[in-house]
Every structure is written in structure tokens, then in C-alpha cells.
Design a protein around this ligand. Structure first.
Ligand code: GLC
Length: 747
């Protein structure tokens, strides 16, 4: 292989494509890719645009195809997905090395929140607001995945989501554009590491481009109907952040935007991504989404679907076979110029060179390294730390938590207490040869923590779903014997994720009735809610003494939960998504417009924008979360109260830990443009700082406000800051505003 390519490299006269080449290394890679491109037949070029599932596991509708090995040998496949483990991946690569030009395959997998060591689901991680911890989580995932032969993860999912009926809300970073953009950047940096080509780096993939989270009704795959302005202001920034982090690939989305399927959307993929943003990686379709343009009704057949997608800038066809079946004919018919195909192939070849696969197609297939990294003792410790930081304390009546070590008996009840794989949530990786014994269940975690000092009693009580209450009696009986009850309830992990939209997001089954039965004993109950989305749980919220939202915390769930229950970790997470009071309240998010008839309080609601039968507030707002400490905000200072466009305001505020536990506060800075050329949100997160404070300690933290933070897309889609008055809000949540000031942007 090397000989063939090297010969050509030596004699080739390269005319690099019009690419954004900014370094000698990139220039060299472009030359190499261009040289290989020149040797390829049309069939081999089309092969690079073709991606198949490996049949190990499927993450979409499967096409039975027993000719994959033959096609790979013929150079008609560029990539495989859902293939795991160095031995299996090596075998496929060996077949690719039998092809005429020996162009290596790239192997992609949804490594969304960990490979073998499972981290909390991304929505849980986003509640940590800890960008370094989030980056480390992705870094460890990439280290394990690359050791297992993979060189591409279909992550981060950066879709802003404001509808918890949508099951994929669990994959992202919640409702807010600013926080979502910061997290997108951190996750790309984590997955890709120092640079592509390092053996522990994998290509990241910003998905799903674009606005997939805005599906009407929260119904997966449904249409999206939004203005270009909203697209630019709310949904695109996290993708731009990923591009700024030099993400290697994008994945387009299943949905149409205003009738145009993203996979065939030239405005998205060519005008914005490859044009305005100068993205020089490649775009892969979502599973079958090229062919699904027939269902959308924008293509009569696979021929038209392939034409639409390649023309719009979709470089690789995942599993629809539209490219492999139609592109040659489209070229023969003069419908698709070869240079359009060449451009996509060039983008893909560059990444294969960047990964180092031409130099060593087996560089990611080291069985020794696989064994070492998948058993790296540092990884579980990092997963436990991330899990602790993701747990949101929603309620803590009379400081029931943290639990005392002096407690004699605890009754640990509920269908999720002894669950194992459930803790991994959706989009975990089913790693070959690895069983779930490495997972710390919630029961095990509590046992680790209390040892033989405290007697633990267990009862399942009921199932997650169904109406069977036969287990209640046993649960009530052990509750009566305990000093405190911990009840672990929630969804099944299979209830969130792809194709898991739900019209009812209450806690399923009879689990809240079980809580009622336990409360009737007079015992105090700490409720752990395990879920991949915001659920509705009004009985629990109104009656449990304490509530921890534990999401799905991954491999170290049990120990992390015990750490928080006993105060070994003071919970510091803040919600990255609003929790509705009822499904009827959706969509509800904090950065909304004021409207002409704003409902300002629950008492002044008539003739205002509100529901007559429901509070105007969510159950829990964006940015909300409690801890075992209390924090006082004081001494807000601003360097100026009036600035011009090229000036800044330095803002400082003093935070004091008035509690008795050391803790961490997430200080949130919100802005409001009081009068604009179009309505502006009542508040928008524009910065945040996490500050660790010992009990009694104070620290002054500072923020900078510049015109970038005041800017928005006006009706003409111009990004600008308009002169006028602004409100500055510093708070512990979007609703718990502690300090306010106004300032002016002058002409
Ligand atoms: C799925 C998902 C996408 C995933 C891909 C490969 O349908 O939409 O997020 O990366 O297929 O598994």
C-alpha cells in the first residue's frame, strides 16, 4: 500500500483544491489527499462516500447485506459504524487493505457518554456546568474508544432542546444556547484531544445539523418550523462553537426545516457550514436520511435523493445506499459533475490522512492498549466525580440531607435500587466481552458507604411500569423499621433516547403511590429520581422531604449517589433545562419574550399570556439547584454604567458561603435588552462562574460585559448590538435573581 501511494506522492504534481489551508501540515495532508484522489476511479470515489453498519448492533432500520466484505475489497465502502473491538475492526481493515488502492476504512460509533467507563448522560453532565469536567469525560471516552479500534465518535449532540417529550433531550446540554455552546466546545476538545492523529484522539461529530431538537410536539423525526432568525440565534450557535473547536465532522439531521430536509439543505451545509463558517471537514448523513428524502416527499426515488444530498453538501451516506446505487448514473447523466464528488472524497481522504490511517491502517488496533485503557483505574474515579457533579438537589426540607453517619437503619426501596445497566442510561456502548459487573449499583454504593455501621433494609416495592402493588406491604414494613427511607424511582433507561418521544412524562406506574404509602408510615423519605429527561412528579415534589435528581449517572452511579446522600460531596449541580409542572405547560423555557400581556406573577394573570388552570412558573427553572450550603450575594460593582461599542464593563460581586459545609456555587449572569428593534428575551444567560467556598468564606468574582454579549440577530439577520438600556441580573438561577443593575450602550 505505502509503496503505491508513496510513488505517486513523489511524482505527483499537486494542484491543491481551493481549501482553507493554514499550515504546512494541512498543506501536506491536502497534497496527499489530492494525489490519492487523482488515482481513483469513479466507483472508488463513490465508495468513499458510502458508510455501512457492521451488523454488530443497529442504531437504525437494518438492511441485510451479505456483500459488505466484497464491496470493501472492491473499494466501494469508506467507513463502517457500530463495529467494536480491535480484533473485529482489524479484520475489516485487513479486507480494505486488499482493495486496489488500499484506502483505509474509518470506524464510527456513538460514544456519547463513555465507552466502557460510562459517564452520566450528557444532559446530566450539562447540569454540572463544569466545562473542565465535561471535557475530561469526553477525553476519557475518546481514550477508551480509540483503544478499542474506533477513530470517530458521533458526538457531541449539540441540539438545543426545550421539549422534554422528545426522548433525545437526554443526549444534549439542555435549553440554553450560551451554556450549550460552551459545552459543545468542551466536548469537541475532549473527544479530539490535542490534535487528530494522536492515538488517543477520535474525530468528533457535531450533530444533528440542524434544529433537530425543535421537532414539533417533541415528536422525534418531526418537522421543524422556525424562522431563520430563531435558527441563527438559538439553534446554530452550539454548532458554530463546535466548528470553532475544529470539529472534524458534522452529521445532518432527520428533520426538515420549514419543509427542506436537512440532508438536502444546501443553505445549511454549503452556504452556512462550508461557506460562511469555512468548515473543511466532512458531513455525514444520519442513518438512512439520504434515502428518507423520498418519505419527506422531496425526492421521487433514490436517484433524486442522492442528487439532492450530494448537491446540498452531504458528503457521506450512512446506510441508505443511495450514493452507491445512484451517483455513477447521476454523473453519467450529467446531473452531478465529478468535481462535486471529488470535493466530498477530498474532505474524507484528508481526515483519513490526518488520523494517520494511511501510514498505519491498524494504528488504533492494538489489543494490548485496548486491554490497558479499558481497565484504566483512573477512569472510574473520573466518572464518579462527574456523576457527583451532575446530581441536582431539588428539595431538602429541614435539611434532612446530608444523612448522618449515626443513622442506625436505612430502608432503601424501589425498582432501581439494585438495577445495574439501567444506571448507564440511553446511548451507552455495549462493549464486546464486558459485562455489567463493573457498574456500581445504587445498593452497592450505599453498602460501600455505610459498611457495617448502618443496617440496610431492601424492598423493591413495585416495578417501574405497571399497576402491581403487591410489593407495597413489604416496603411499608421495612420502612417502619428504619430511621429514614430512601426511595429510588423513575423511568426505565429505554424510555429516553432516539425514537422515545412520550406524550406522558409523569413518573410511570405506581411508583408515586408507593411513595404515598411510605410517607403514611410517618417516616421521612429521600427520593432519588432516575431519568433521561425532566419528568412531571408533582406528588413527589409536594410531599417528599428531600429529592435528588440522579438522571442516569453511569458506571459509578451508586458511589456518587452515596457521596451526596452523606455529604461527602456537597451537591452543586444546576438544571440546564426547565422542568414543567405538566406536559400541557410545554414548551416552557426561561429566555422567552415578554409578550404584550406578560404574566408577571401567579396572582396577576387574567388577560395575560398564561394558562388559567396552571401557575406561570415551571416546577423547577433553568439554573435551579440546591446544596447543603447557602450563599449570599453582595457588593455588586460595575466599572461603568454607560459604554460604547468598543468598550467593556467590569462587573464584580462578592459571594459568601453562609452555610456550615464547604460548597460550590454557580453564579449566573443574565442580561436583558430592554428595548430592541425586535422583542428581546426577558433574560439570557451570558456568563457564569463556578466558585468553591469553604464554610464562611467570601470571594469576589468578576465578569466582563462587551458588545458581543449584547448582540443578537435582528430582522435582517445582522448580528449586532443596538444602543439602549440593558438590565444586568446576577443570580443563583434564572428565577432566583440576587442582584440587579441597569446600564446603557451608547450610540
Ligand atoms: C441514529 C442517530 C444518530 C446516530 C446514528 C448512528 O439514527 O440519529 O444520532 O449517530 O444513527 O448510530
Amino acid at each position: 500500500m505505502k509503496k503505491t501511494i508513496l510513488n505517486i506522492l513523489l511524482i505527483s504534481v499537486v494542484t491543491a483544491f481551493s481549501v482553507k489551508v493554514v499550515s504546512a501540515q494541512e498543506n501536506l495532508i491536502a497534497h496527499k489527499a489530492d494525489s490519492v484522489l487523482k488515482m481513483m476511479t469513479l466507483d472508488e470515489k463513490i465508495g468513499q462516500l458510502n458508510q455501512y453498519n457492521d451488523d454488530w448492533t443497529a442504531t437504525g432500520p437494518v438492511t441485510i447485506d451479505s456483500t459488505k466484505a466484497i464491496q470493501i475489497k472492491e473499494g466501494k465502502v469508506g467507513s463502517l459504524l457500530n463495529c467494536k473491538g480491535t480484533s473485529r475492526i482489524r479484520r475489516w481493515q485487513e479486507i480494505a487493505m486488499q482493495s486496489r488502492l488500499k484506502i483505509p476504512l474509518i470506524f464510527g460509533q456513538d460514544v456519547i457518554h463513555g465507552y466502557k467507563t460510562t459517564f452520566p448522560i450528557p444532559l446530566a453532565e450539562s447540569c454540572s456546568w463544569d466545562l473542565e469536567a465535561i471535557e475530561l469525560s469526553a477525553r476519557i471516552a475518546a481514550t477508551e474508544a480509540s483503544a478499542a479500534g474506533l477513530n470517530w465518535t458521533f458526538a457531541p449532540m449539540v441540539d438545543i432542546a426545550r421539549d422534554p417529550r422528545w426522548g433525545r433531550v437526554m443526549e444534549g446540554a439542555g435549553e440554553d444556547t450560551y451554556l450549550g455552546s460552551k459545552i459543545a466546545y468542551a466536548r469537541v476538545k475532549g473527544f479530539q484531544g490535542k490534535k487528530l492523529g494522536e492515538v488517543n484522539s477520535v474525530m468528533a461529530c457535531a450533530k444533528h445539523f440542524a434544529a433537530y431538537g425543535a421537532a414539533i410536539g417533541g415528536r422525534d423525526y418531526n418537522s421543524v418550523d422556525i424562522s431563520d432568525r430563531l435558527l441563527w440565534e438559538t439553534y446554530l450557535p452550539p454548532f458554530k462553537a463546535a466548528a470553532d473547536a475544529n470539529v472534524a465532522t458534522f452529521m445532518n439531521s432527520f428533520n426538515d426545516i420549514n419543509g427542506v430536509p436537512s440532508t438536502g439543505n444546501k443553505y445549511l451545509q454549503r452556504d452556512i457550514l462550508k461557506g460562511k463558517w469555512k468548515f473543511d471537514g466532512f458531513v455525514v448523513s444520519d442513518w438512512g436520511s439520504v434515502g428518507e428524502m423520498i418519505n419527506h416527499g422531496t425526492a421521487k426515488n433514490g436517484y433524486e435523493a442522492a442528487l439532492s444530498a450530494i448537491t446540498a453538501g452531504c458528503d457521506m451516506d450512512m446506510e441508505s445506499r443511495s450514493y452507491t446505487k445512484n451517483l455513477a448514473q447521476l454523473v453519467a447523466d450529467g446531473k452531478v459533475p465529478v468535481n462535486l464528488i471529488d470535493e466530498s472524497v477530498f474532505r474524507i481522504l484528508k481526515k483519513k490522512f490526518e488520523l494517520g490511517l494511511f501510514d498505519d491502517p491498524y494504528k488504533f488496533c492494538n489489543a494490548e492498549r485496548e486491554k490497558r485503557e479499558l481497565n484504566n483505574p483512573d477512569h472510574p474515579a473520573a466518572a464518579r466525580e462527574m456523576a457527583r457533579k451532575s446530581i441536582v438537589l431539588l428539595k431538602n426540607e429541614n435539611n434532612l440531607l446530608p444523612l448522618s453517619d449515626k443513622i442506625k437503619t436505612i430502608a432503601f426501596i424501589g425498582p432501581l435500587v439494585k438495577a445495574m445497566n439501567q444506571n448507564k442510561g440511553s446511548w451507552d456502548v455495549d462493549v464486546p466481552g464486558v459485562d455489567s459487573s463493573y457498574i456500581v449499583s445504587q445498593w452497592e454504593g450505599l453498602k460501600h458507604r455505610v459498611g457495617n455501621k448502618t443496617k440496610l433494609l431492601y424492598a423493591k416495592g413495585c416495578d417501574i411500569k405497571g399497576n402491581n402493588k403487591e410489593g407495597f406491604a413489604e416496603a411499608v414494613n421495612i420502612a417502619k423499621q428504619a430511621d429514614v427511607v430512601i426511595l429510588s424511582i423513575g423511568e426505565e433507561r429505554e424510555m429516553t433516547g432516539e425514537a422515545k418521544s412520550r406524550s406522558n412524562i409523569n413518573i410511570p406506574g405506581v411508583q408515586e403511590e408507593l411513595l404515598k404509602a411510605l410517607l403514611a408510615t410517618g417516616k421521612k423519605v429521600v427520593v432519588l429520581i432516575n431519568a433521561g429527561r425532566p419528568l412531571v412528579f408533582n406528588y413527589t415534589a409536594g410531599n417528599a422531604q428531600a429529592i435528588l435528581y440522579t438522571w442516569w449517572l453511569g458506571s459509578e452511579a451508586g458511589d456518587a449517589i452515596a457521596d451526596v446522600l452523606f455529604g461527602d460531596y456537597n451537591p452543586s449541580a444546576r438544571l440546564s433545562i426547565s422542568f414543567p409542572l405538566s406536559v400541557g405547560q410545554i414548551p416552557i423555557y426561561y429566555s422567552h419574550f415578554n409578550t404584550g400581556r406578560p404574566a408577571l406573577t401567579d396572582d396577576t394573570r387574567f388577560y395575560t399570556s398564561s394558562y388559567n388552570d396552571l401557575s406561570i412558573y415551571p416546577r423547577y427553572e433553568f439554573g435551579y439547584g440546591l446544596g447543603y450550603s447557602a450563599f449570599k450575594y453582595s457588593n455588586l460593582q460595575m466599572s461603568k454604567k454607560k459604554i460604547h461599542h468598543n468598550e467593556q464593563i467590569e462587573v464584580s460581586v462578592t459571594i459568601t458561603n453562609t452555610g456550615k459545609y464547604d460548597g460550590e456555587e454557580t453564579v449566573q449572569l443574565y442580561l436583558r435588552d430592554l428595548v430592541g428593534s425586535i422583542a428581546r428575551p426577558v433574560e439570557e444567560l451570558k456568563d457564569f462562574k463556578k466558585v468553591k467556598l469553604q464554610a464562611g468564606q467570601s470571594k469576589t468574582i468578576s465578569f466582563t460585559i462587551d458588545s458581543e454579549k449584547l448582540s443578537f440577530y435582528n430582522q435582517q439577520l445582522q448580528w449586532l448590538a443596538e444602543p439602549g438600556e440593558f438590565e444586568l441580573m446576577i443570580g443563583a438561577s434564572s428565577r432566583d435573581i440576587r442582584m440587579k443593575e441597569t446600564f446603557e450602550l451608547a450610540d
